[in-house]
Every structure is written in structure tokens, then in C-alpha cells.
Design a protein around this ligand. Structure first.
Ligand SMILES: [Ca+2]
Ligand SMILES: [Ca+2]
Length: 164
């Protein structure tokens, strides 16, 4: 996450309470070094710090999705309430020389459907021709008589590399 050669560790505690916010959820990043993993987290985040958001339900290492030399991380908050309850949201954090910033570089909420649980799971998708990731909304309902069919969203990231 910070561009050195030591691997870092991100951990999520999605039932973590924050002051006044039951089950807001929290993510922690521990930086690796020659002396091993740090004992205290170097970075922590609760997303938007909302009651029952269950932030950090999913934590997905995206490698270096924008090709700047720093690894990036996608964090899901499956019960994040937008204006629909438990619709869910994902937060993308871009690594840098000092690790992650306080705010997400990018967020998405799928279609903001009630109880879709968008962001419960995610995975990187990478090939020579494609750079991006998928995010699942396991209880998305396709129609009134097709409840909880689930849906997967594919996000393509444009390469930041400029061609010579
Ligand atoms: Ca590192
Ligand atoms: Ca990056």
C-alpha cells in the first residue's frame, strides 16, 4: 500500500462499534517492515461511520489498479444505508507513499436498491486486455416476482498509463 517491498495486511471488523454507532464497522491496515508486521494499525477507517453499515464486510486487494506503483484496496459496506436501507456501498482507497488517505478516491452503490447488500463480496478481474473488478449484490431483486436473485457489477478501470 505504501510502495515499499514489504507486504501489508488489511483486516476488517464489521461488527465493530464506533462511539454512538453500533455495528458501523472498521477496517485496519498494518504495514509490514524488516522487523515484521507493525503491532498497531497504521491506518483505520469506518467509511461514513453509520449505524449498522457493517463497513469492511469485504476487503479486496486490487493490486495496483491505477498503475502508480502503490497497491490499492476496495472496502465493502454491505448494509450501508444510502437513502435505501441496507443497499450497500464500496469504497476504493488508493495507496501512496504514506499509505491510504482518509477519504476514499471513489465510491459506488450499485443501483442503490433496498437490501441488495451491494459490496458483500468483490474480486479483482485482471488480464492483458482488462483491468477492473467485480462487486456482488447477493440479495438484489431483479423484479417483483424475482426476489433476491443477486447481481454482479463489473467495473472497468481506464489505464492511467499514457502511451508514448
Ligand atoms: Ca508495504
Ligand atoms: Ca495504485
Amino acid at each position: 500500500m505504501n510502495g515499499d517491498r514489504f507486504r501489508d495486511l488489511a483486516i476488517g471488523a464489521y461488527f465493530q462499534d464506533t462511539p454512538g454507532h453500533t455495528d458501523a464497522g472498521k477496517a485496519f491496515l498494518f504495514l509490514g517492515s524488516a522487523f515484521g508486521m507493525s503491532k498497531k494499525p497504521n491506518w483505520r477507517s469506518s467509511g461514513e461511520n453509520l449505524i449498522d453499515a457493517k463497513y469492511a464486510t469485504s476487503i479486496t486487494a486490487l493490486d495496483d489498479i491505477n498503475y502508480d506503483g502503490y497497491d490499492d484496496l476496495l472496502i465493502g459496506s454491505k448494509q450501508k444505508e444510502n437513502d435505501q436501507i441496507q443497499s450497500g456501498k464500496v469504497f476504493l482507497y488508493l495507496g501512496g507513499p504514506k499509505g491510504f488517505g482518509e477519504k476514499a478516491a471513489w465510491t459506488a452503490d450499485g443501483e442503490n436498491q433496498q437490501q441488495a447488500l451491494f459490496g458483500e463480496a468483490a474480486a479483482p478481474i485482471r488480464s492483458k486486455a482488462f483491468n477492473g473488478f467485480v462487486v456482488g449484490a447477493p440479495t438484489y431483486s431483479a423484479a417483483e416476482d424475482l426476489e433476491r436473485t443477486g447481481k454482479i457489477y463489473l467495473y472497468r478501470v481506464q489505464s492511467a498509463k499514457s502511451s508514448p
